[in-house]
Design a protein around this ligand. Structure first.
Ligand SMILES: Nc1ncnc2c1ncn2[C@@H]1O[C@H](COP(=O)(O)OP(=O)(O)OP(=O)(O)O)[C@@H](O)[C@H]1O
Ligand SMILES: [Mg+2]
Length: 277
């Protein structure tokens, strides 16, 4: 049997060192990647106004894993997620969601990808104010002309704890409840991967914990893949893995993070090299 080669630059960050001798396991995991960035560069503008938002980022996001992305403001976190999700084009490099190569898709292909393979959760919830919670949850699928699996829909509603709020409009819901509606909306279509950009950024710590527990459970119990940007070490500790970005590059990674190890890593990354000796 000929083993598939991994593409140059698609280096697994993290676990590759400890298991690199086990080629079969490595190939198996590669097949598991729900999302992959290979040497991704993103340049905005040109001349004086040019900003290099991503400088050769390579990362794999394994299926059924919860990954947090951290880093200073402007380090490229949102840009990376948007490029992975096909919401923004890359300047160089390639991006794949499951077995679909995103780079190179035409507009129709991108629309289909965003509709069928990715879910989004935003800091500002992004619910439609005139629709009820239930209508918001079902909207992306009804636009696509699809119906959710009934049993799965019931599971999602129960897990987010929204059964008695389904007829309410967003303005009649708390921030935490609105974000749980947004989580249900992302989850109900069972996308290949859910991207969440600071999903708890507008929530108090209790509502934030509810949303994070829900996200973690959807990974642990239902095998969902989630990539979440956060500034909060406590939120990052809910993830299986944390990837740290600085100035458009991946600079560190933690497996099985705790709030303390995340804080330590952030402090180290904050310290200029000359102070570190
Ligand atoms: N549409 C755009 N046009 C020009 N520059 C942009 C655009 N979007 C992002 N940038 C720049 O790219 C860099 C990375 O931005 P990005 O939004 O990815 O950062 P971030 O890590 O998500 O920051 P934050 O934590 O503040 O959300 C920044 O310097 C930003 O100003
Ligand atoms: Mg951002």
């Amino acid at each position: 049997m000929e083993l598939p080669h991994r593409p140059a630059g698609a280096v697994r960050i993290g676990r590759q060192t400890e298991e690199v001798d086990d080629v079969t396991a490595m190939v198996g995991r590669q097949a598991q990647a729900a999302a992959r960035a290979s040497d991704v560069w993103k340049v905005y503008g040109s001349g004086e106004a040019q900003v290099i938002a991503l400088r050769g980022v390579s990362a794999e996001f394994e299926r059924g894993q919860f990954t947090a992305i951290m880093g200073p403001s402007g380090s490229g976190k949102s840009t990376l997620m948007h490029c992975l999700a096909g919401l923004d084009s890359v300047t160089r490099g390639t991006v794949a969601i499951g077995d679909t190569t995103v780079t190179g898709l035409n507009d129709a292909g991108l629309t289909k990808l965003r509709r069928d393979k990715v879910g989004f959760i935003f800091q500002q919830f992004n619910l439609l104010p005139t629709l009820t919670a239930q209508e918001n949850i079902l909207l992306p699928m009804s636009i696509a002309g699809r119906k959710p699996d009934p049993a799965w829909y019931q599971t999602v509603i129960d897990t987010v704890g929204l059964r008695d709020r389904l007829g309410h409009r967003p303005a009649q819901l708390s921030g935490g409840q609105q974000q749980r509606v947004a989580c249900a909306r992302a989850l109900v279509a069972r996308p290949e991967v859910i991207f969440a950009d600071e999903p708890t950024g507008n929530l108090d710590s209790r509502s934030g914990a509810e949303v994070l527990n829900f996200l973690r459970n959807s990974v642990r119990e239902h095998g969902q893949t989630i990539v979440m940007v956060t500034h909060d070490p406590t939120a990052a500790a809910y993830a299986d893995r944390v990837v740290f970005l600085a100035d458009g590059q991946i600079v560190s990674e933690l497996i099985e993070p705790t709030a303390d190890t995340v804080l330590d890593t952030m402090k180290k990354l904050d310290t200029p090299a000359e102070v570190n000796g």
